[in-house]
Unconditional design. Structure first.
Length: 400
């Protein structure tokens, strides 16, 4: 399937270089290696067929590096990249520039389980930082990454719109695979797609937040009517978070989403499908009616990330298990998992849309046998975290 999304050109490059021996980077000190890596990229993209840049095992300090056409970064297993600057993207591809094509960031061996790391753990939770930002890029591979963070604002990998010469572009024709994210913020997660076309996400795992967040309609997207088309997800997993997969169009009229293989352990839900809204003054968005989500498994646990507004999905009998204190992200509480799928987009009204959801399984949800919950199934939750444990609102008492 990967060859349908990405045409690998790494074996066709004009030159292979080493970041340490050829460009003077040092993986044993704490000095900034950004200039050395950028110089290597600039020189490799200038060759007739591009180049491969090998990054030996070590710890490198890098920020704001722009990956350019026909350049492949190949990092040794166990290599760690730390941001030199606290905010911004470590690597950017096609950030409001002319199209970048035929690029990759990967581990050297590519064997199952081999990874390099992007360590964002020193970034404060309130600061915006990301490992990779992809925008105007065509034919790309991003793989074999462990991202370590502490509730960092914004997702580890981001795919968004670029503006260039008065036009608008999205990442297209790519594969993102074998990515783990540890310690994600409730409002973000491993991967966030604001826009993209014909992209495969495979074997993506997250602890916290949303692992694959398909959420369009941010302020920068209001110049276009749709932003996501032919998005494919395979083997998406989340632990102690909000959801493994989130499908939320906001004001964008998007194309097809095809998800197969979703697993959650102690998350609010394995899958979240949100109705479109009127963000940016536009009419509510949707995804195409042939979108599918199948083979979903949710395992019950009590470390799900729950914002106050989402506690309405927790069974009344379990609400005394919602923590009184906030998580490190500053916006969520720990509490019981709710169900496998929360589907507020179901219906015929404006902003609602159809997704075929099949083969849904739950493990350990003794108080919630309902695998798919709809808007009408929510029970208002009005107890603030500082109220006495076990107190219930009038609406909760009536429902019970």
């Amino acid at each position: 399937m990967e060859r349908d999304f990405f045409n690998d050109t790494i074996d066709q490059v004009s030159k292979t270089v080493d970041l340490v021996t050829d460009y003077g980077a040092n993986g044993t000190d704490a000095k900034d290696d950004s200039a050395a890596l950028q110089k290597a990229i600039d020189e490799m993209t200038a060759t007739s067929r591009g180049g491969k840049i090998c990054i030996p095992s070590g710890i490198y300090y890098v920020s704001g590096v722009a990956i350019k056409s026909n350049v492949h970064l190949e990092l040794d297993k166990g290599t760690t990249i730390r941001p030199e600057n606290e905010s911004g993207a470590v690597f950017s591809i096609g950030a409001n520039s002319a199209a970048v094509s035929n690029v990759s960031v990967r581990c050297k061996t590519g064997e199952a389980g081999d990874r390099f790391a992007v360590d964002l753990s020193a970034v404060k939770p309130s600061v915006s930082a990301t490992a990779v930002m992809a925008q105007n890029v065509d034919n790309f591979l991003i793989s074999d990454i462990n991202v370590v963070e502490t509730s960092t604002v914004h997702s580890a990998l981001r795919f968004n719109m670029a503006t260039y010469n008065g036009d608008y572009f999205f990442p297209r024709n790519g594969v993102v695979k074998n990515v783990d994210d540890f310690g994600a913020h409730n409002g973000y997660g491993t991967v966030q797609v604001g826009g993209g076309t014909h992209i495969l996400f495979d074997n993506i795992t997250g602890t916290g937040g949303v692992t694959l967040r398909l959420e369009s309609g941010s302020g920068g997207l209001k110049a276009v009517s749709g932003s996501m088309f032919d998005i494919v997800g395979r083997n998406i997993t989340c632990t102690n978070g909000l959801a493994a997969v989130m499908i939320s169009p906001h004001a964008m009229k998007n194309g097809t989403v095809d998800i197969d293989g979703v697993f959650s352990d102690s998350c609010r839900s394995a899958v979240r499908i949100d109705r479109g809204d009127t963000r940016n003054g536009s009419s509510p968005g949707h995804f195409a009616a042939d979108s599918v989500v199948k083979n979903v498994t949710a395992v019950y646990g009590t470390n799900a990330q729950l914002k106050f507004g989402s506690c309405k999905w927790v069974p009344v009998e379990l609400r005394d298990q919602i923590s009184a204190g906030l998580n490190p992200d500053g916006i969520s509480y720990s509490g019981p998992a709710c169900c496998a799928v929360i589907y507020t987009a179901f219906g015929e009204e404006e902003g609602h849309f159809h997704v075929t959801v099949t083969n849904v399984n739950q493990v350990g949800f003794d108080y919630q046998p309902q695998k798919i919950m709809f808007e009408a199934d929510a029970v208002p939750y009005r107890r603030r975290p500082d109220q006495a444990k076990g107190s219930k609102s009038k609406n909760e008492k009536k429902k019970k």
